[in-house]
Design a protein around this ligand. Sequence first.
Ligand SMILES: Nc1nc2c(c(=O)[nH]1)N[C@H]1C(S)=C(S)[C@@H](COP(=O)(O)O)O[C@H]1N2
Ligand SMILES: [Mo]
Length: 343
Amino acid sequence: MDDPLNLEQPMKFSGFGLIQKREANVYSRLVTNEDDLFKVWHLGIPNIDGGEWKLHINGLVENATQLNLTELRELPQTSVMAFHECAGNPLNPKVPQRRVGNVEWTGVRLADLLRLVNVKDEARFVISKGIDQGVYNNVYYSGYEKDIPLEKALDPNVLIALAINNEPITVERDGPVRLVVPGYYGTNSTKWLTQLVVSDVRSTSDFTTKYYMDRERVDGQIKESPVWDVSPNSLIVHPQNGQSIKPEEIEIWGWAWAESPISLVEVSVDGGETWKEASVEARSNMEWQRFSFRWCPKSVGEYLVMVRAIDVKGNCQPLLQRRNQVSRVLIFVQQRTEFYNES
Ligand SMILES: Nc1nc2c(c(=O)[nH]1)N[C@H]1C(S)=C(S)[C@@H](COP(=O)(O)O)O[C@H]1N2
Ligand SMILES: [Mo]
């Protein structure tokens, strides 16, 4: 259906070409249930036997190595709670989807593994490879491949994860092992992980060069930037798009997040004419942050409620045409919110 205002609401399940459900109540908790967290895959779900699974670490390292599941489980385990956001459809990267959740991952720090193999001086990137294979956008791929800068790979929040919300990750989602890169878009968190390659250059895979590469025209030139850091974004949990409310005080609330902490959230109840400051909780590690704003509608009618989050670096959600464009819901204020009750 044509949606000129782009009044998108969060989706529970997604995938490219899969079912998209619109349900906001799954977002009412700080920690998203694994069942409620979106799943995205490009190539299909591989057949992995945990007993056979190995993680190979090689490239620009002194001691290339491989670890099996038992060896990985014996290394020190860390937990990180973090927002997890999909950058959207790579064929349509400016269309907002707000496939997002906030979950706790547990596993081995990538930094610990990199210390184990002793990274060479020339190293600049860590390339991660997933074992899934299949066809995406009419091209066959024998694996999924991403890269992150070495500096990010050494961030203590970056994990080789074995569990989500204290449960072992399932092969259906991403198991037995996946990379998790908190603060970066979901695309960088390679699932069904089998190989890490330390490199002095970026990966040449289509998933890093063709897809998930933002392109913008600056002074007549095309400027490319990898889809890494998550830009400020927000999700209105209450009220929901299309909801009818009574002319009484309500709490407009939701979540805001970015690679850097969010320091300010602003709300507009007049379609962006005027903005007021909401209260926003301080960031705890890499979690999303709750914002809230108390508002009493002055009269019955239709209201376009908008929210924009601003991070500590001053980056703000743009109004339109970006994956993180200003969040909005259209709501109705009326004396009675229930009608035609025929029983
Ligand atoms: N191996 C592999 N890893 C992958 C993908 C994939 O298709 N294959 N999709 C990526 C994308 S685009 C996203 S948003 C996240 C989704 O992770 P989730 O399904 O656990 O939510 O996984 C990323 N990692
Ligand atoms: Mo994604």
